[in-house]
Design a protein around this ligand. Sequence first.
Ligand SMILES: [Zn+2]
Length: 416
Amino acid sequence: MTVNSIRLEQHFEQMSEIGKLGETGTNRPTLSPSEKQAFELASSWMQAAGMTTRIDNFGNLIGRLEGTKPELPVLMMGSHLDSQPYGGRFDGVAGVLCAIEAVTTIVEKGIKPERTIEVVSFADEEGWRFNKGLFGSRGILGRLEEGELDRADKDGITRRQALIDFGCDPKKFDDSLYPPGSIHCFLELHIEQGPVLDLAHKPIGVVSGISGPLWWTVKLKGMAGHAGSVPMPIRQDALVGAAEIILALRQIATQIPDAPTVGTVGTMNVFPASRNVIPEEVTFTVDLRDIDLSRRNMYEAQLREQIEAICGKHHLTYSITEDWNSEPRYCADWLKQIIHAQCNNLNLDAPELMSGPFHDAMALSYATDYAMIFVRCKDGISHNPLEFASYKDLALGAEVLYGTVLEVLKHEPYNL
Ligand SMILES: [Zn+2]
């Protein structure tokens, strides 16, 4: 092992003290004093490795190891140090700390890269505070949407105000943009947040791509009535319709065994929500993901047919609002090959797998080639204080990342 696994472990231990929740949890909201503290700690490690550090106007922390040819597009790595309100110690943190470890090792080895390397902790990857994620990674690419700065958190603080309070200047976003062609590639290490590697007893995985979620809000409308008197055959029960749709989604998403398709109804509102009233209106969300867009489109069509049929059966009306629709984003073959080669060097039989969750890398994929290294997490638990990845696995991940960076630095031609 070339990276320093003891130092890496100490960094995780120190970082987990900031925004600590219970014994093993983390609550580190974006643009909060605890994230600022995390940035200061990470900056101290970056500076110790010879990087300069800055916080840009989007609230990203950027560490920069200037290359001997600074005119070359940068090799960017990173992830995020913000967490879910009831989150773990590894989500996002792993990608930032392992990237710092890789750069520190490069500097300690006396390697002087021609290409500049940047390690970034992106602002608001998680998206829960202002209900919209990947803020910093979309921001630097000029991909923010109308009105994003006016989104308020539960205390009424707008994103604009939170940025200003954090020391950023939303009027100067232009100063923090990365023009097209300025990023050579992007590498992100992340815990898997799913059980595939753990079940396969493999510490490291190579990501094939990030599946694009399709997000809907579905509203069903029936007719309220007394639960004690309206006969069953003439009811227009919106919740019964919703129940059948949930099961239909499950059947659709599982029709090809072992395919990575996932479908979820995660929230539901019932009106009027009284135990002795037949539900009149039900609103629920649908989340459908697949790495194969044509299959996802086919399943979407099947689900629409099912909703039509089920609503017809129960005499309900319905509406479907599409909240988000992003296509799968595939990792670059040349980067995947390099990562596989590093895994082989370490005798790791690393499987390729899809990422169901999205990551900052998804935003970067619109500007540059990208790849991701997954580290096994216990029982696939994430977004939960029980989230756990072993320091041994994380050190292996850092070692793979380090080797990958060295190969990318050697890679010619400089601009692919
Ligand atoms: Zn994450």
